[in-house]
Write a protein that binds this ligand. Structure first.
Ligand code: CND
Ligand code: ZN
Length: 403
């Protein structure tokens, strides 16, 4: 090719790029400020499948952001809504573990702009409440978890379907092509990050990983026991390993979970059903008096007490990660604590969301941890009901739906 031809080719390429950019800008301009009609999975009633509907998504108001969802994970907590164990206002668009791209912003938004890659935050960080100002707490007073409202911060919804308002879920609502978030419920992330993977940082991964590194503060050379080796439990194992634990004992009644647990860092795995003695006594013997750190990642009252009893009586730390059954109380012997154990619990691994999510994405990009072991299935969004069946039958760890 002679030089003139190369120049013409390059100029043509440049002109084409400019045209495409202008198109993209116009496209944004054409939807900004307008209602977007798109597909969403609406839950009209509990214990019923999702129905894929055309919904109307209103433009973001002041301090709000509208995003195009690129990928969303499916979580046990979403299924708690479908089964009626987690009671929230219906009809609703649920889903809370996602990643996407900002389509448009409302007045006064300063932390994100159209085109930014973002992760919705099911736990907001307003930066102003007592919890946000406290160095440790992360359950921001503006959360929609303690008493679910099912709305934006201003008390109204941005979704309509067949003329009816549709509720939001945990300030996120990600089972939809477009969603609207309060600015305090969205974090800007590395533009190079793969959205179909890092969506897990919006919930399961950070919950487990943070429980080890942030809540328990696992120390190098320590011995840890992780009760429950589902997606969140595996992320706890990854956190223990990253913190330098020397022994990580996985506890699960399903032995199919052991191979993956060992792949991510468990040094041994045991089943309570293989022993005549209670599991806390087995763990005490295995660790010469009790483990340094234990984690309950199942959501059962009996295993919460077993995990507490299995940590060292004078300095052991036990963390509740599993969500207990609704309105049930525990009975424990206070001597378990009087001797010096610490019993803790945390939502979202104790991480302050808006501060921590971008940092965790950067750590993922720097290959500090991998999310691949947690993602067992990737399906198109329309197969959402199939994806929930995989979760309910225990066939998946995490299914990611792509749009
Ligand atoms: P998942 O159901 O995938 O894993 C639970 C594991 O526990 C499975 O491997 C079971 O085989 C195992 N198991 C069940 N019963 C027993 C038993 N009696 N003894 C030993 N092992 C048993 O759940 P997941 O990993 O998605 O979530 C685990 C819990 O964490 C669940 O309660 C979920 O709601 C909770 C959670 C908490 C938070 C938070 O912010 N604290 C966030 N997300 C999820
Ligand atoms: Zn706050």
């Amino acid at each position: 090719m002679f030089p003139g031809a190369r120049m013409a080719f390059t100029r043509k390429g440049l002109q084409e790029s400019i045209r495409l950019l202008a198109c993209r800008k116009n496209r944004n301009m054409s939807t900004a400020g307008k209602v977007i009609k798109c597909k969403a999975a609406v839950l009209w009633e509990i214990k019923k499948p999702f129905s894929i509907e055309e919904v109307e998504v209103a433009p973001p108001k002041a301090h709000e952001v509208r995003i195009k969802v690129a990928a969303t994970g499916i979580c046990r907590s979403d299924d708690y809504v479908v089964s009626g164990n987690f009671v929230i206002p219906l009809p609703v668009i649920i889903g809370h573990e996602a990643a996407g791209i900002v389509e448009s912003i409302g007045e006064g938004v300063t932390t994100v702009k159209p085109g930014d890659k973002v992760i919705p935050l099911f736990l907001p960080q307003c930066g102003k409440c007592n919890v946000c100002k406290h160095p440790e707490g992360n359950l921001c007073a503006k959360n929609d978890l303690s008493i679910p409202r099912g709305t934006m911060q201003d008390g109204t919804t941005r979704f309509t379907c067949k003329g009816k308002p549709i509720n939001h879920f945990l300030s996120t609502s990600t089972f939809t092509q477009y969603t609207v978030l309060d600015e305090i419920s969205v974090a800007k992330i590395d533009p190079a990050s793969p959205l179909e993977k890092i969506c897990l940082i919006g919930y399961a991964f950070s919950t487990g990983y943070g429980s080890a590194v942030q809540v328990a503060k696992v120390t190098p050379g320590s011995t840890c026991a992780v009760f429950g080796l589902g997606g969140v439990g595996l992320a706890v194992v990854m956190g223990c390993k990253a913190a330098g634990a020397a022994r990580i004992i996985g506890v699960d009644i399903n032995k199919d979970k052991y191979a993956k647990a060992k792949q991510v860092g468990a040094t041994e795995c045991i089943s309570p059903q293989d022993f005549k003695k209670p599991i806390h006594e087995v763990l005490k013997e295995m660790s010469g008096g009790g483990v340094d750190f234990s984690f309950e990642v199942i959501g059962r009252l009996d295993t919460m007490v077993a995990a507490l009893a299995s940590c060292q009586e004078a300095y052991g730390i036990s963390v509740i990660v599993g969500v207990p059954p609704d309105s049930q109380n525990l009975s424990v012997n206070p001597m378990l604590l009087l001797t010096g154990r610490t019993w803790k619990g945390a939502i979202f691994g104790g991480f302050k969301s808006k501060d921590s999510v971008p940092r965790l994405v950067s750590e993922f990009m720097a290959k500090k941890f991998s999310l691949d072991p947690l993602i067992t299935h990737v399906l198109p969004f329309e197969k959402i009901n199939e994806a929930f069946d995989l979760l309910r039958t225990g066939k998946s760890i995490r299914t990611v739906l792509t749009f």
